[in-house]
Design a protein around this ligand. Structure first.
Ligand code: SF4
Length: 565
């Protein structure tokens, strides 16, 4: 993959770009790549063919500054993919998915859900979301599950992505957030340690911010990122935790601990040291294969730097000890006194397009909008007030993703599942088992735009709009809230996920006004629901975003007459 600027593309050439909402009809809109958490800024223009669009990097968006990777360059091609689903489909009695009209499909879903709920209870219906859904979709999906379906059984595919980083971040900082600083801050770093991250291949535009830093890359493979490193530590696969503890051991023994920082701004150092104490470097070398001299060099580089960062990625997280591994790297950063020091810090490189925002607004089994815990009475009361229901109407915590998928079709698990923005038959752990569990359901409903592996198992398939055909917001790995803008009309037959949720909720007897179909209206409600929570969006509006403000959460609404946050 490459990070390149197209021939003839002039820096600052944003001519014709518009940030206007409802930009259908405009020649070009300023929007973002749909794929990864970097959310590179793009200028998307109409092509002279139905549904066609051409993408260019937005030179004014600081995250990518005029670069895109191959995924971004080719993103529009997917909009006109020949196998795009253009009509709802319902499986007939012979087992074949047949095209049908929307009313028939929605009536089939609603009748099936009503029957299953009546026979088995509300928790017999599950909902599975995704980290690529916009903030508005993730929010409305959570509300739909809790109110229209009354089920606790909702979770999403982000559980398989970086939950261990979330757990470690919550334990260390009380917050689950990717980067607590803009990526442009990395440009002034002297040293950056990348543990289990390969941005040179997975998010190439990020590398432009790492050009001045000496990189320490921890990766068993000689990746393109490792090839650019000043120091490459190659632990044997599965030994990242031992290496992290070994680095901590060297740091403490060789006197690099920032004692003032540790004493004044942390607690639990003794416990962290107790874990690292038994991982002396020679032992770590035996376990990991990383030479002692390289460990010492890595610690020296970090300790001698005036501005240094420790960044973790999926490689550190996706282990049976993933939370411990990320926690060990966070402890390393804390012992060095990096988090909260100007020009230094710790961060986690989030993965999916809305990997950050998608987990903040209520599609997780244990959370309500704004990072509120669903078990917190005050949180329940606040969200219930916004939703206009009694707090008792909101179900408690449900199963998290792995347990939810494992329970499908069992005596105590859901008998129906609605899938939005995910393809768990491919992306979930033990995918063959997931496929078997889905096959045992009474009703599987999948909203997608192509016949994915999961959609092919469905009883009902609902064709939905894609990124260039819809308005919304995404939250990138910096916690910056970004506007997704519509350039194209969706193909006839496709509907937005918001419209699907509205139609289903109404058919299930809920109030239509509870499920707005306009993304702006959903976002305004999301802001109210998140108010006072960890991820407070209440001060963010489409108007402020469209005016070009760079807004990172928390962004609480300020009282009338006071300057906006
Ligand atoms: S780095 Fe990520 S956001 Fe940027 S173009 Fe590539 S996939 Fe899209």
């Amino acid at each position: 993959m490459s990070d390149r600027t197209p021939p003839g593309d002039t820096a600052g050439d944003g001519a014709g770009a518009t940030g206007a909402i409802g930009a259908t009809g405009a020649a070009t809109v300023r929007t973002h790549c749909p794929y990864c958490a970097l959310q590179c800024g793009t200028l998307l223009s109409r092509e002279d063919r139905p549904g066609g669009a051409e993408v260019r990097p937005d030179p004014d968006f600081p995250v990518n500054g005029g670069g895109l990777c191959q995924k971004g360059w080719t993103a529009p091609a997917l909009l006109t993919t020949p196998d795009r689903i253009r009509t709802p489909m319902v499986r007939d009695s012979g087992g074949t998915l047949r095209p049908t009209d929307w009313d028939t499909a929605l009536d089939t879903v609603a009748a099936g859900l009503a029957r299953i709920r009546a026979e088995h209870g509300a928790d017999a219906v599950g909902v599975f979301g995704g980290g690529g859904l916009t903030n508005e979709k993730a929010y409305l999906l959570g509300k739909f599950a809790r109110l229209a379906l009354g089920t606790s059984q909702i979770d999403y595919n982000g559980r398989f992505c970086m939950s261990s980083a979330a757990a470690a971040g919550n334990a260390a900082f009380g917050l689950d957030r990717g980067l607590p600083f803009p990526v442009t801050d990395l440009g002034a770093a002297e040293v950056v340690l990348l543990a289990g991250a390969n941005p040179g291949e997975t998010m190439p535009p990020l590398m432009r911010h790492l050009g001045a830093a000496r990189l320490i890359v921890i990766d068993p493979r000689r990746t393109p990122t490792a090839a650019r490193a000043a120091l490459h530590l190659q632990p044997r696969p599965g030994t990242d935790l031992a290496l992290a503890l070994g680095l901590m051991h060297v740091l403490v023994v060789e006197g690099h601990t920032d004692r003032t920082y540790v004493d004044q701004r942390t607690r639990g150092f003794d416990a962290a040291w107790k874990r690292a104490a038994s991982w002396w470097p020679e032992r770590v070398e035996k376990v990991t294969g990383v030479p002692v001299s390289d460990m010492r060099e890595a610690v020296r580089m970090l300790a001698d730097a005036r501005r240094a960062y420790v960044l973790t990625g999926r490689g550190a997280e996706q282990h049976s000890k993933g939370t411990d591994t990320v926690a060990a790297f966070i402890n390393l950063a804390l012992a060095l006194g990096l988090p909260g020091r100007e020009g230094s810090g710790y961060g986690c490189l989030t993965g999916q397009g809305n990997g950050q925002g998608g987990r903040e607004h209520g599609q997780k089994a244990d959370q309500l909008p704004g990072y509120r815990m669903i078990t917190d009475p005050a949180a329940r009361a606040h969200v219930a007030g916004v939703w206009g229901v009694d707090p008792e109407a909101i179900p408690g915590p449900g199963r998290s993703a792995y347990e939810l998928l494992s329970a499908l079709g069992t005596d105590t698990g859901p008998r129906a599942l609605l899938v939005f923005g995910a393809n768990p038959v491919v992306s979930a752990p033990r995918a063959d088992r997931v496929a078997a569990r889905m096959a045992s359901l009474d009703l599987l409903v999948v909203a997608d735009f192509v016949p994915s592996e999961t959609a092919r198992l469905a009883d009902v398939v609902l064709p939905v709009t894609q990124w260039a055909e819809e308005e919304g917001t995404m939250t990138n790995l910096e916690g910056r809230v970004l506007r997704r803008r519509r350039l194209l009309d969706p193909p006839p037959g496709a509907r937005s996920d918001l419209a699907v949720l509205h139609a289903l909720a109404t058919r299930l007897g809920d109030l239509p006004e509870r499920y707005p179909v306009e993304p702006r209206a959903v976002f305004e409600e999301l802001g109210r629901a998140s108010r006072g929570g960890g991820a407070d969006y209440s001060g963010i509006s489409y108007d402020r975003l469209d005016a070009g403000e760079a807004l990172h959460w928390p962004c609480p609404r300020t009282p009338e007459g006071e300057a906006a946050h």
